[in-house]
Design a protein. Structure first.
Lengths: 178, 212
């Protein structure tokens, strides 16, 4: 099953990088579920919300997707990012943890569904300049498309894309800096 | 924000494309070489007798050391800037340059009479060596640290140190064309000190600037 997962996921990611948005959404959903399973098993004591790590990992995957070599397997790349973000989150909160570098355990990570709570990402979103914030939340929280967002805010689609891109990059950077 | 919502935003940004990291690394090296060359030729430049010097083993051996160091560091830093990439074999290759230097030192100790060891070690240029290798290497180091920020190193301090080794290998290659001290005894000592300084600087840079 894992080998098949790997092949499917790297196929989806390749298509996504070539510009296929549906493949990308599919890829991100499946990766989110896998990373969630991975992170929940790693966080045994409290203090860090697993879903925060899932979101930080997804953002990092997004802004660093040019670092993936298309002929390399995608899951080791994803789990290395998730592990880095997990360690980073504990470091930011002033804790030291040992995250076992256990490749076997990772390959058996089971997909898990999200639970709702307040997110770090909300605070990061609040810190954006107003123009970027309204674009990012229109597309994410309100679920509007690029075109809908453009007409709602009275700006061009290009401006929406630029604000979205910059806003996401700024949120990702904020997690790295804290 | 729910994760579902975040995915919508990421998906809408799917079309944006960045240059693949592998290609960007080659561009960065090209840029670093240009910077190092500019500083080198604007300041000390090659030694006047470089043509006859190229026929001597000792002179040419310096380039073997520095280029092997730069090549192995380049291979390693490319892997270190990609999450989950295996680095074991490339780490092992980092031993190649030091081993070659050790071998050359042993040979030098055999062929040079003991009375001359001190003179060869001290040479005539050690202060210039220790100041110009870092001076030529600092621009390239900044470029490589910038590349690490563009990449995604999960061990930023180590990656920064390797950026220092790469900048050091590159700078020492240029410097070697200027330096009259060709003895491996000199190279093993003062080049190492100068490159170690850049390595330390790189590690600090990795710690401070390479966050993602």
């Amino acid at each position: 099953m894992t080998g098949k997962d790997e092949a499917e996921l790297s196929g989806l990611f390749r298509a996504a990088i070539a510009g296929d948005e549906r493949a990308y959404a599919d890829f991100l959903h499946r990766i989110a579920a896998l990373v969630r399973g991975f992170v929940r098993r790693k966080i045994v004591q409290g203090g860090v919300d697993p879903e925060d790590i899932v979101q930080e990992t997804l953002l990092a995957i997004h802004v660093k997707r040019h670092t993936w070599r298309e002929d390399a397997p995608v899951l080791p790349w994803v789990y290395a990012i998730a592990r880095f973000k997990l360690i980073d989150a504990f470091r930011r909160r002033g804790r030291r943890i040992e995250v076992e570098i256990d490749e076997i355990a990772e390959t058996f990570a089971e997909p898990e569904a999200e639970t709702v709570s307040e997110r770090d990402i909300n605070r990061a979103l609040d810190g954006l300049p107003p123009a970027q914030r309204s674009v990012v939340s229109s597309i994410s929280v309100d679920g509007h498309s690029i075109g809908e967002t453009a007409s709602k805010l009275g700006i061009s689609e290009t401006a929406v894309r630029v604000s979205l891109h910059r806003g996401l990059a700024a949120i990702a950077k904020r997690f790295g800096r804290q | 924000m729910r994760t579902e919502d975040l995915i919508k935003a990421l998906d809408a940004d799917a079309r944006d494309k960045a240059m693949p990291l592998g290609k960007a690394w080659w561009l960065a090296v090209g840029m670093a070489v240009v910077i190092a060359a500019a500083v080198f030729f604007a300041t000390i430049g090659p030694r006047p007798d470089i043509m006859p010097a190229m026929h001597t083993m000792r002179f040419m051996s310096k380039f073997v050391f520095t280029l092997v160091l730069a090549a192995s560091a380049f291979a390693l830093i490319r892997a270190l800037s990609v999450p989950g990439a295996s680095t074991g074999r490339r780490m092992a290759w980092m031993l190649a340059a030091p081993l070659l230097v050790v071998l050359a030192v042993v040979l030098e100790l055999f062929v040079v009479p003991e009375a001359d060891w001190g003179k060869r070690l001290i040479g005539s240029n050690m202060m210039i060596c220790m100041s110009f290798i870092p001076l030529i290497g600092i621009g390239p180091l900044a470029v490589f640290l910038g590349m690490l920020r563009y990449g995604a190193p999960t061990r930023p301090v180590l990656a920064g140190a390797v950026a220092g080794l790469l900048a050091g290998g590159l700078a020492a290659t240029f410097y070697a064309a200027h330096c009259f001290d060709d003895s491996p005894l000199f190279v093993a000592t003062w080049y190492t000190v100068a490159i170690a300084f850049l390595t330390l600087l790189g590690a600090i840079g990795g710690r401070l600037f390479v966050r993602w």
